[in-house]
Design a protein around this ligand. Structure first.
Ligand SMILES: [Fe+2]
Length: 512
């Protein structure tokens, strides 16, 4: 996760930050704050200083630790009564059969499982076939978002910024490729680029806000500051196995978060709609203040490519069937194997007849779901996914293209960069306006003012003393400034009452 998106990048921390808006204790200014005022309005404890640190139990070499006893009770609560149990068992059988088909399809089609669409087609009127393909996959490439020459110049500019500030932190320490940079002028320009906002609004329109109309605006993307990477040919250090962002056991333990997946947990996975925002807006993705956690609801994670990069050149891999993976991820802890793999053929092992509901109250097994760590997947914890053949590398991208993946998507980084040139991206997600998200933007604004790292990331002075750091004046355009909390949201025009009130409250939180 460099939340990065996809990779973990936060240092371990014990600092606690409440994401509950009501617990913020500092006074709000009554009018639009000056930048100097913003810098005085600290509201969140800073994370420990550091650079990219593993937040994955597997990378840390940790053995799976048993979860506390309450997780056994939680599992039985989710499994429910006999009627629900029957539905779950039947659902599991249908799902595992479908997963076999999915694995075969990905193995056969490879990169063709990832829809590719031009900027013009996405922001004008994509066909229903294109929309369906995106909604089936959960991942996509958008071509020609940023002019190629602009993206190529950005790469040179950011390299210059790095050279001018050799004290910059990065991973790995002896050959920096993922940089603790959030406030270069290049990143500010990219985050506030009008064409990138247009893409983000088009992506948000893929979601339904039915039932959460007053809690989220799909018309207003916010700027979430994340890192950048320039991966070198031959690198094999910046590798990360299959994982998903957005918390771990929180998907089951937090009642609001669990409610997002209620159809799956009632044995009706086919009715689950990954594109309905619903309770995602208020879900607690970070009960244990995990270092890989994200302080916002992020509809899509994404990056903007600054290089020509294809499969085997250190790029992203995804599981390209969002509904099926979501169903399996949620159902997996409720089932256990009858016989181990060692005594069976692969087909016998994966067969529904070899799996049963885990009705043992003392069983706290939630495979790959440690506390305060990222959710991870492998052939032992999640065998039916057949990850060896169902994780597919992103198709080739050119400078200015963007890759996007749904917030529940299982993703990974290719273990080795076998290409000849840099594999360079700016991590820029799609984050809609919600009150929880705007509170983060407010905290982020303070860090921007002082040049310190964004609040979700390792703390310290960051870029405060860097030569050529981006400043408020470098955030251009009304939409870009609003997304950074530097200007109030418009309240006029043809807004729904719900959206107008959401914007009004957001302006109030920001101090306007
Ligand atoms: Fe990730």
């Amino acid at each position: 996760m460099l939340r990065t998106s996809h990779v973990p990048v936060r240092a371990l921390t014990t600092a606690k930050w409440s994401r509950c808006i009501s617990t913020q204790t500092h006074a709000e200014p009554s009018r639009g704050p000056s930048m100097s005022m913003m810098g005085m309005m600290g509201s969140k404890k800073e994370r420990e200083e550091g650079d990219i640190s593993s937040v994955f139990a597997s990378l840390a070499g940790e053995a799976a630790k048993p979860l506390p006893a309450r997780f056994g009770e939680l599992k039985q609560k989710i499994v429910g009564d006999e009627a629900n149990q029957r539905s779950l068992v039947e659902s599991w059988s249908r799902l595992t059969s479908r997963l076999r088909e999915v694995a075969e399809e990905v193995d056969r089609k490879k990169q063709d499982c990832i829809p590719q669409i031009t900027y013009d087609d996405l922001v004008s009127s994509p066909t229903s076939a294109v929309i369906d393909s995106i909604k089936t996959s959960g991942s996509l490439i958008v071509k020609n978002v940023i002019p190629r020459e602009t993206a190529e110049r950005w790469l040179e500019d950011v390299k210059q910024y790095i050279q001018g500030n050799p004290e910059v932190k990065g991973f790995p320490k002896d050959d920096k490729q993922v940089f603790e940079l959030y406030w270069s002028k290049t990143q500010l320009l990219a985050r506030s680029h009008p064409r990138s906002f247009s893409v983000q609004k088009s992506l948000l329109r893929l979601f339904s806000s039915e039932g959460s109309d007053n809690d989220v605006s799909l018309n207003v993307p916010l700027s979430y500051a994340d890192r950048l990477r320039i991966r070198h040919p031959g690198d094999s250090q910046f590798a990360l196995g299959p994982h998903s962002d957005g918390g771990s056991v929180e998907r089951w333990e937090d009642e609001t978060y669990r409610n997002v997946y209620k159809e799956i947990l009632r044995g009706k996975w086919e009715r689950f709609d990954p594109w309905r925002i619903g309770d995602r807006v208020k879900a607690n993705q970070n009960i244990y203040d995990g270092p890989g956690s994200c302080g916002v609801f992020r509809a899509f994670q994404g990056w903007t490519s600054l290089s020509s990069t294809g499969p085997n050149e250190g790029t992203l891999r995804v599981y390209p069937f969002i509904k099926e993976l979501s169903a399996y991820v949620l159902l997996r802890p409720l089932f256990r194997e009858k016989q181990s793999r060692s005594s069976l053929t692969n087909d016998q092992y994966l067969s529904p007849s070899n799996w049963e509901l885990d009705l043992n109250l003392t069983s706290t097994a939630f495979p790959g779901s440690p506390l305060a760590r990222c959710q991870e997947y492998n052939d032992v914890t999640h065998p039916h996914l057949e990850l060896g053949r169902s994780m597919v590398s992103m198709p080739r991208v050119e400078p200015g293209d963007q890759a996007w993946w749904h917030c529940d998507t299982i993703h990974a980084v290719e273990p080795t960069h076998k290409g000849l040139g840099p594999s360079a991206v700016l991590y820029i997600p799609t984050v809609p306006l919600t009150l929880q998200n705007i509170q983060y933007i407010k905290d982020q604004r303070e860090n921007f003012t002082s040049g310190r790292p964004a609040p979700d990331f390792p703390g310290g002075v960051g870029e405060s003393g860097f030569v050529g750091r981006g400043l408020e004046g470098d955030v251009v355009g009304k939409e870009g400034r609003q997304a950074m909390g530097l200007e109030p949201f418009d309240l006029g025009g043809s807004l729904s009452e719900g959206e107008r009130e959401l914007r009004r409250q957001a302006n109030e939180i920001l101090g306007f």
